[in-house]
Structures are given as structure tokens and as C-alpha cells.
Design a protein around this ligand. Structure first.
Ligand code: ASP
Length: 322
């Protein structure tokens, strides 16, 4: 039987309704969580370790790095890992783990959209599905995965697309990599992996700026003035920005800040389609890094990791490409 380590970090999967507080609060220990999913002990030898019990809004890049270290330090004694996590930042932690982990053992993140005391709590089934995925031979080489609502997603692709529904998680660019059905995982495709990097620490702050019609240069100038380590821009469409933002980005590049250009659309990639001012092509020529199909929040973590690994701007570019 395989040995799976469940690391619990918190989130709705570990929360119950508190009448006095008027909402969900952290309440469930890792052991109780594992006990809530009958059948888990028949699938694997389970060890549970509580890392934290926080809402994932309180997750930070540093805490994500601590989870990566917790996984790597146990990798010699485990066949795979399940990380329970709040859904709000699950895609960010999954992506950072996929970026920096040393171990190639399966790592599967899961959580719940409904609290443990809800009539139709989805946490126990998600946890069971995550363990089924972690023990599946097909998980080898697929990198860090997110299992929610019966679907298996690659860390690079997955996004929380709905605020409240159990089927909130989707991979809008390429679709899920598999499903969990019956006894185990059913795989539909192999994940196209990227080289990992292994920074000792992340370097920030990296500002994330979302463009809207009329976004001006001031926010980029503020990033330079506050000594940000870099900026990720969510532009329009295939990575184009308003004229004011274009000016601000050029100011930041001239000040030596790395600037990564992503798209605020949910799917598709940044591309050199337009050559006029504000177009991704002219910004790349000015030194900006094109962020491929990465969301702004994932590109921000990748830039922090790449800076931490001491990579030059040219060495970073391929990490962001599709
Ligand atoms: N706010 C919660 C969290 O991310 C949401 C959830 O877990 O579903 O911690």
C-alpha cells in the first residue's frame, strides 16, 4: 500500500458554521478531516500533519514556500502528498509548488467550496478523490495537481472561476487533465511540464496591476518609487495596455524593474499582434517579458521565484512562454 502524507493548511474544508460569529470559522483538525472521508484508509497508508488552519486569504508566498519545504523534507518517506487548502488562493499555492518543488512525487491540492457542517459538504468527497489521484500510477510525471469537483487539473492551468459553486475550478485554457470516477483517477492527457527552479527564497514585492480603460502611469510610477522588485501587468486581450500604462511601464523598465505582461482575459496567450504604442510587441521590444497564458497572480509568483533564483531577464523569458 502506498504511503500518502496529508498536509492540512486550512480553508473552508476545515471550517464549520459558528452561530455566534455569524459564519464559517476554522474548526476541523487534520485527523478529523481524514476521518470524515470513509474509505481513505483502504486506499493508502495515511499520515496527517497539520501545517496551519488558516483561511487561504491569509496565505502568503512565504507560507507557500514553507509548504514546499514541508513536502520536500518528507519526500523520502512518502509516495505522494495531498495538501488541503482554502480555495481562494489554491491555484497560487499549486502553481508555486509546481515551480519550486524538488520532489517529483505526486502532490495533489484539494479543498471545499462548502463548509464541513453544510448539508452537502464537498470536502470529504474531494479529499477521497485527491487520495485516489495521488495513489494513481498515472499521476507520475503530471506535476502538481488540483482535484476539485471530480476533475483533475494541472497547476499551471487551473483557476477558480466561480465564487460559491462546487464546480468552481476549471482550466479555461486547455481543460482538465482527467477526472476521478469510481475507484480511481481516469487520465485524459499528459501535462506539458516546464523546468522547475529552486530559489532559496522569493524576492518581492512584485506589484500586480490590472489595466482598465484609461489606466494611467501613476500606479507604475508608485511601484518604482516604493522600490518594488518587479511588476506584473494584466493588460487587455493579447497583452495590450492603454497609453498611460504604456508610459508607466516604460518608466519602470528604464528604472531597471522587470515587467511581465499578462492578459486579464481568462484564456488565451499574450502575443505580438500589435506594433503600436501599448501593444505587447512594442512593449516586448522595450524589454517587457511576455507572460504567455499565465494569469497575473501566477506570473507574479513565477517572477518572485525567478528573482529569488537570481535569473536574468533573458533567462526568465522562456519560463513564462507557453
Ligand atoms: N475563504 C475560503 C478560503 O480560501 C474559501 C474556501 O476555502 O473555499 O480559505
Amino acid at each position: 500500500m502506498k504511503h500518502i502524507v496529508i498536509l492540512t493548511t486550512g480553508g473552508t474544508i476545515a471550517m464549520k458554521e459558528d452561530k455566534e460569529a455569524g459564519g464559517l470559522v476554522p474548526a476541523v483538525s487534520g485527523e478529523d478531516l481524514a476521518a470524515s472521508a470513509p474509505g481513505i484508509a483502504e486506499l493508502a497508508d495515511i499520515t496527517v500533519a497539520d501545517v496551519s488552519n488558516i483561511p487561504s486569504e491569509f496565505m502568503t508566498p512565504e507560507r507557500m514556500m514553507a509548504i514546499a519545504r514541508a513536502i520536500d523534507s518528507r519526500a523520502g518517506k512518502a509516495d505522494g502528498f495531498v495538501v488541503t487548502h482554502g480555495t481562494d488562493t489554491m491555484e497560487e499555492t499549486a502553481f508555486l509548488l509546481e515551480t519550486v518543488l524538488h520532489t517529483e512525487k505526486p502532490v495533489v491540492l484539494t479543498g471545499a467550496m462548502r463548509g464541513a457542517s453544510a448539508l452537502s459538504a464537498d470536502g470529504p468527497a474531494n479529499l477521497l478523490d485527491a487520495v485516489k489521484t495521488a495513489v494513481s500510477p498515472g499521476a507520475a510525471g503530471q506535476g502538481v495537481l488540483v482535484v476539485m469537483g471530480g476533475r483533475i487539473h494541472a497547476a499551471r492551468d487551473v483557476e477558480k472561476m466561480h465564487a460559491t459553486l462546487p464546480e468552481a475550478f476549471q482550466s479555461p485554457q486547455w481543460g482538465p487533465v482527467g477526472t476521478v470516477y469510481g475507484d480511481g483517477a481516469v487520465w485524459g492527457r499528459r501535462v506539458l511540464r516546464r523546468p522547475r527552479i529552486h530559489p532559496e527564497r522569493l524576492i518581492g514585492p512584485v506589484w500586480l496591476v490590472k489595466c482598465a480603460a484609461g489606466t494611467e502611469a501613476d500606479i507604475f510610477e508608485a511601484a518604482v518609487a516604493s522600490k518594488a522588485a518587479g511588476i506584473v501587468v494584466e493588460g487587455f486581450g493579447c497583452g495590450n495596455v492603454p497609453l498611460g500604462a504604456d508610459r508607466g511601464i516604460r518608466t519602470a523598465l528604464a528604472a531597471g524593474l522587470p515587467v511581465v505582461l499578462t492578459s486579464r482575459t481568462a484564456a488565451g496567450s499574450v502575443a505580438r499582434e500589435y506594433a503600436y504604442e501599448g501593444g505587447a510587441g512594442s512593449l516586448e521590444d522595450a524589454g517587457a517579458i511576455l507572460g504567455g497564458s499565465l494569469s497575473g497572480q501566477k506570473a507574479r509568483l513565477l517572477l518572485m521565484a525567478a528573482l529569488g533564483a537570481g535569473l536574468s531577464r533573458e533567462e526568465m523569458r522562456p519560463l513564462f512562454r507557453d
